[in-house]
Design a protein around this ligand. Structure first.
Ligand code: FFO
Ligand code: ATP
Length: 194
């Protein structure tokens, strides 16, 4: 299946999950994340606000917020095409819809994190395979933005387990993930040689 068809199939799958399935998945995801040292011991963490049936990291974000961690959300870059800023967000802060209808914090210079500040970035996946290859929304926002990541920044993809597929072709611009976490397990990805 080509990536366009796979993306559309997996988006349909996640969109058709019930509210109850989504809530259970969000709680399961928080349990999985809380077991990971990368989540427990890192302070500056980028999340996202679930959209389009994505697995919802809201429980995990609440836990991080209450633990005194700094949480960030993606905001579309106003000038550079298909790039993101990560902006500090605390519960109750105002949000506004971007051009895709996804809520994001307003851009205020002093809330924008420079890439080296981020210790962990949690990114939403549309599809993934067991080797850690991923498919996103298809505009390359994360790939472009993460090409400037700092060496210490860990990258963890989040998805429902039903978004796993056999084999996703790796593209030259794909940024390798350190792990993929679903509502029921964590896949640690070992870098491939060569
Ligand atoms: N929750 C969440 N926030 C996120 C992302 C994401 O994947 N999930 N992004 C990760 O990149 C960025 C937004 N990226 C997007 C990329 C493509 C489409 C998209 O294709 N949307 C429409 C069609 C296009 C349109 O309306 O103009 C669609 O739903 O088919 C939406 C968002 C930033 N924020
Ligand atoms: N670092 C980059 N520099 C320039 N173009 C890029 C870069 N990364 C990705 N692209 C372009 O972005 C487009 C979308 O890439 P791709 O289909 O891999 O997106 P995706 O991984 O599904 O989305 P995302 O990264 O937002 O999750 C491709 O046409 C690709 O050429």
């Amino acid at each position: 299946m080509d990536s366009k068809n796979l993306r559309s199939l997996m988006r349909q799958r996640r969109q058709s999950l019930t509210r109850r399935q989504q809530q259970t998945a969000s709680a399961g995801l928080a349990v999985q994340l809380c077991r990971l040292p990368e989540f427990r011991y890192r302070k500056n963490i980028a999340f996202y606000l679930a959209n389009d049936g994505e697995i919802d990291p809201q429980f995990a974000m609440g836990i991080a917020d209450r633990a005194g961690k700094h949480c960030y959300l993606p905001v579309l870059h106003p000038l550079k095409q298909n790039r993101l800023h990560f902006v500090r967000h605390t519960s109750g802060d105002c949000l506004e819809a971007n051009r895709y209808g996804i809520l994001q914090p307003p851009l205020r210079g002093n809330r924008i994190a420079s890439m080296h500040r981020l210790d962990l970035i949690l990114l939403p996946l549309v599809a993934f395979d067991a080797r850690g290859n991923r498919l996103g929304m298809g505009k390359g926002f994360y790939d472009r933005t993460l090409s400037n990541r700092a060496a210490h920044t860990r990258l963890i993809g989040l998805a429902h387990s039903c978004q796993e597929t056999d084999n996703i072709a790796r593209q030259s611009w794909d940024i390798p993930l350190d792990a993929i976490v679903t509502e029921c397990n964590t896949i640690h990805i070992r870098p491939e040689k060569g």
